[in-house]
Design a protein around this ligand. Structure first.
Ligand SMILES: Nc1ncnc2c1ncn2[C@@H]1O[C@H](COP(=O)(O)OP(=O)(O)O)[C@@H](O)[C@H]1O
Ligand SMILES: [Mg+2]
Length: 52
């Protein structure tokens, strides 16, 4: 079976979010076509999606 490594950001200004990256990876691997990222303003939703 091909390795299915969790992607990580190569941007040194992008801090943390390993758990969120793993969750997004899992959802996509499960076939998700639409993913809702829901959190208060300013916590990093847009940045997370762009980096992923
Ligand atoms: N993982 C991160 N590491 C460093 N800075 C971040 C990270 N996530 C967000 N930021 C910074 O925090 C601010 C708000 O992020 P943003 O993605 O616009 O939030 P949201 O979309 O949830 O309102 C931006 O200036 C962004 O560059
Ligand atoms: Mg946003």
């Amino acid at each position: 079976m091909t390795p299915n490594l969790i992607p990580e950001s190569s941007n040194p200004e992008f801090i943390g979010r390993e758990g969120a990256f793993a969750e997004l990876h899992t959802k996509i691997r499960q076939g998700a076509k639409v993913i809702v990222i829901q959190a208060p303003g300013g916590v990093g939703k847009t940045t997370l999606a762009q980096e992923f």
